[in-house]
Design a protein around this ligand. Structure first.
Ligand code: AHR
Length: 519
């Protein structure tokens, strides 16, 4: 092994002021090794793994994304400060209008002159839906953000015709009653929305119009046929299992649904929310191991459903709702100020491990949407005058802006710990990507108290010199941000690496992104 270059004090100097815990002496440091071979490619990382989601729920859309009466909004009613924060997050795909909301949403209520749109009782979250933010407002917002829209249709109380006509209204270039209506409403050219969901969490009894797997499979197949006949270029996302394990058979639902939809669905939608309900940091940090198990199981189910299909027929996973969500949860969550979860450092670390897991499964996981974007279990939090960035914003922004190109399979050797549910949990959770000669390595050190001193060895390349370091950390795992203080954030510095080796000490309870040019 080549001699490692020690991390210099000078390189850390800027961080010393902002992050004093970085250089804290760690008695009996733990050691690890990460071996990188840039030819060991898992697959291309689909940029859509950095997607997000807005639902007509609480203050996510009204009071978050869209606030017609706010002096902070533009002429369209979009909050300008929120739009800026969303752009910096590099949201690659945006799911709308729900969520549970979508299962009783009539899209025709949300088009035409705003003042003439009908207010409707909203039963998923117990409010009245004004319908002032509809199809045009959503799709124009996506254009303003520069993100790919993804529309989830109503497979609960909706009909096949509703779903089909929505595709026609949005995507068709033919001269029809639907496209004339679109033009009358101010949009001449079709938006050509590619991603369409076949309902949301249809396996859940809480869902309006909940169905058995067989009933959903049959219903969604007929909708899928009409939607694809309207626009053969669209991609369809089937409602897979939501994260509900008590009483509903996780694996059984997906298998049955895919049997119906294997010829028409392009993605299987899966959901997972996690939380530190037991206040057990070590256990909470294993959430991504459960995610990994579910990806593997679902991949097997997809492969089983596809056997006998032409080889080029593919179904990928769209993990289109995921996040930490446990505090603002339960039956009391009805009305306007709901699901307003406040996040801390340990939540941000869990988010980083989820993103590592998505990258490490780049071959099958081709879309993921953090739920949700603003105020509702969200990285961006507003009041009527300002916003702040929650802890979970930082890892998401770092991944979305840097971890691109090809995902790499790594060899990671290092210390482990035992949690209540898992033996041998690695202290270091790692992913890597190579993009045009730039290597990115993402490392979460799960250890609560100790740094892990790590040798990063390149098998087939050399470091070109400087390594950019971005670290998300804070003195306390329970540290939160607020309107008045940003305790958890990204701190940047640079270290030098020579030849093919870098020794780096990952501080306790941290997420670090290393970025280096290779030669
Ligand atoms: O994201 C909040 C809710 O969680 C969504 O509406 C639903 O799909 C899920 O249960």
């Amino acid at each position: 092994m080549k001699k490692a270059v020690p991390v210099s004090r000078r390189a850390f100097s800027s961080a010393l002021i902002a992050a004093p815990w970085v250089l804290r002496a760690q008695p009996g440091a733990l050691r690890a090794r990460i071996k990188v071979d840039t030819e060991r490619v898992i697959d291309d990382i689909d940029p859509m793994i950095y997607g997000n989601f807005i639902e007509h729920l609480g203050r996510c859309i009204e009071g978050g994304v869209f606030d017609e009466n706010s002096p902070l909004s533009d002429a369209n009613g979009y909050r300008k400060d929120v739009l800026e924060a969303v752009k910096k997050l590099n949201v690659t795909v945006l799911r709308w209008p729900g969520g549970n909301f979508s299962s009783n949403y009539y899209w025709k209520d949300g088009i035409g002159p705003r003042d003439k749109r009908p207010p409707r009782l909203e039963m998923a979250w117990g409010t009245v839906e004004s319908n002032r933010f509809g199809t045009h407002e959503f799709l124009n917002y996506c254009e303003a953000v520069g993100t790919e829209p993804y529309i989830c249709t109503n497979m609960g109380t909706g009909t096949w015709q509703d779903a089909q006509q929505w595709v026609e209204y949005v995507n068709s270039s033919q001269d029809t009653a639907m496209t004339r209506l679109r033009r009358e409403n101010g949009r001449r050219d079709p938006w050509k929305v590619k991603y369409w969901g076949l309902g949301n969490e249809m396996d859940g009894p809480w869902q309006m119009g909940h169905k058995s797997a067989e009933d959903y499979g049959k219903f969604a197949l007929e909708a899928a046929k009409l939607m694809k006949w309207t626009d053969p270029d669209i991609k369809l996302i089937a409602a897979g299992s939501s994260n509900y394990t008590n009483g509903i058979d996780w694996i059984g639902w997906n298998r049955v649904v895919l049997d119906f939809l294997k010829t028409h669905a392009d993605y299987l939608s899966l959901h997972m929310y996690v939380g530190n309900t037991a206040n057990d940091y070590g256990e909470f940090l294993t959430s991504s191991l459960t995610l990994q198990e579910r990806i593997k199981t679902s991949e097997g189910t997809i492969n089983a459903a596809l056997s006998g299909q032409p080889r080029d027929r593919k179904i990928y996973i769209a993990w289109d709702e995921w996040n930490v969500w446990y505090r603002a949860r339960g039956n009391s969550q009805r009305g306007r100020r709901i699901l307003e979860e406040r996040y801390n450092l340990e939540d941000a670390l869990v988010v980083a491990t989820f993103l590592n897991t998505f990258v490490n499964n780049a071959h099958i996981l081709k879309m993921a949407n953090m739920a949700q974007l603003v105020n509702v279990i969200a990285p961006i939090f507003t009041d009527d005058k300002r916003l702040f960035l929650q802890t979970i914003y930082y890892p998401l922004a770092l991944f979305a802006n840097n971890t691109k190109g090809k995902a790499l399979e790594l060899l990671v050797k290092g210390p482990t710990y035992q949690s209540r549910n898992y033996k041998d949990v690695p202290h270091l959770d790692v992913s890597a990507a190579i993009d045009n000669g730039t290597l990115v390595i993402n490392v979460v050190n799960r250890h609560r108290d100790q740094a892990v001193e790590t040798d990063i060895d390149l098998e087939d390349k050399q470091f070109a010199g400087a390594v950019e370091v971005s670290e998300v950390n804070a003195p306390d795992i329970k540290a939160e941000n607020s309107f008045d203080s940003t305790t958890v954030k990204t701190v940047q510095r640079s270290v030098r690496a020579e030849k093919n080796s870098l020794r780096y000490s990952f501080p306790p309870h941290s997420y670090t992104l290393l970025k280096a040019k290779l030669t």
